[in-house]
Design a protein around this ligand. Structure first.
Ligand code: 5GP
Ligand code: MN
Length: 337
């Protein structure tokens, strides 16, 4: 449970109202939460300020949010860097440190704009921003954006904003399954429903919208590439570049794949590994008491949350399998919290 700092919001409000150019930015490889937080704030701030408002992301959105009407307003790529340098206010959504915006981080660090962070990842880089709204017990950044807007000016929240925020909460909580979805999350979800959003349609659009290829990839990975280590309660799935090509895989598709091994009764940690340009991307998920944020920090130069984290590894799929077996598995007990 957390209580949003309304006093800080009231202090910030005049700067928002006086700003000429506001940029909203989410993390690299954006997920549903990052996209929805950025777009909800975009629609809300456009309503209450005269400022030009720019929703920005370091790279493309995942397919499962392509049905959001305002995805086409997102600015992705080099133009985004210029905007970060020329604006007078930046909202950092759903990330806790500059390096999480990858190639845009140098612009974010250089920018003289007033910076606001709305996030739920533990251990934020506090001196990056002027106004920090960091609540690691929140299920999602979308949940905090809702509380933020409610305190800023509740009248701006409408059905579209509520639809995006509800989507962000659903994607970050695995439809309320993760421990992070607490009574406060459900209360906020209930308030969002009161804006007349179509809950069933949102869930279908987000989760039952796969291509045939995507579905076959899932079957293929489960059948051929999933290894279970029962002694350690670990399931590992790997995905090579060749397999990505064969099944027309797009970034963002990894979210539901990373969770798959957790559906097995005795598996408590899932490790999903995929080849990326010059390194491997590692996604870690857990159920129960394993803290994968700490595992990501200690073994994969990454971070995240207790039950969902990520990082990277330099080497081949063969090398990472050996690294995990030799170095991580024997030490897993340390990460039981
Ligand atoms: P995913 O595995 O879906 O990319 O990420 C899961 C969670 O871990 C997200 O909350 C994401 O922000 C975080 N995460 C993923 N990769 C990294 C990383 O390289 N560094 C840090 N600090 N967090 C990451
Ligand atoms: Mn999030």
């Amino acid at each position: 449970m957390y209580e949003i700092d309304t006093e800080k919001i009231h202090k910030l409000k005049p700067s928002i109202l006086q700003a000429d150019k506001i940029v909203l930015i989410g993390h690299t490889s954006p997920d549903g939460d990052a996209v929805s937080s950025v777009l909800a704030l975009y629609l809300a701030l456009k309503k209450i300020t005269q400022a030009e408002v720019f929703p920005v992301l370091p790279d493309r959105v995942p397919n499962y949010v392509n049905w959001f009407d305002h995805v086409q307003d997102l600015i992705i790529g080099e133009q985004a860097g210029k905007l970060l340098l020329s604006c007078d206010m930046i909202f950092c959504c759903d990330f806790n440190e500059a390096k999480r915006v990858s190639h845009l981080s140098e612009y974010l660090l250089k920018s003289k704009a007033i910076k606001v962070m709305i996030d739920h990842h533990p251990q934020p880089e506090e001196n990056l921003v002027d106004y920090l709204f960091s609540y690691p017990s929140a299920s999602s950044a979308a949940e905090i954006v809702y509380s933020f807007l409610k305190a800023l000016d509740q009248s701006v929240i409408d059905k579209t904003i509520a639809t995006y925020l509800f989507s962000g909460i659903l994607t970050d909580t695995g439809v309320f399954v993760h421990d992070s979805a607490d009574s406060q999350t459900l209360a906020i979800a209930s308030e969002l429903l009161s804006y007349g959003i179509d809950k069933g349609k949102i869930i279908r659009n987000l989760f039952n919208n796969y291509s045939e290829n995507r579905m076959r990839l899932m079957g293929y990975l489960l059948y051929k590439n999933m290894k279970i280590f029962y002694d350690y309660h670990v399931g590992i799935i790997t995905l090579s570049r060749r397999e990505m090509k064969r099944f027309d895989f797009t970034l963002g598709d990894h979210e539901s794949l990373a969770n798959l091994p957790l559906s097995i009764k005795d598996v408590e940690i899932s490790i999903f590994i995929m080849e990326r340009s010059d390194e491997l991307k590692v996604s870690l998920r857990s159920k129960g008491h394993y803290d994968v944020n700490l595992i990501a920090r200690d073994y994969f130069h990454g971070g995240g949350h207790k039950n969902a984290a990520g990082g990277s590894f330099t080497g081949s799929l063969h090398q990472i399998r050996r690294y995990i077996k030799k170095n991580l598995l024997p030490n897993l007990k340390k990460y039981l919290v």
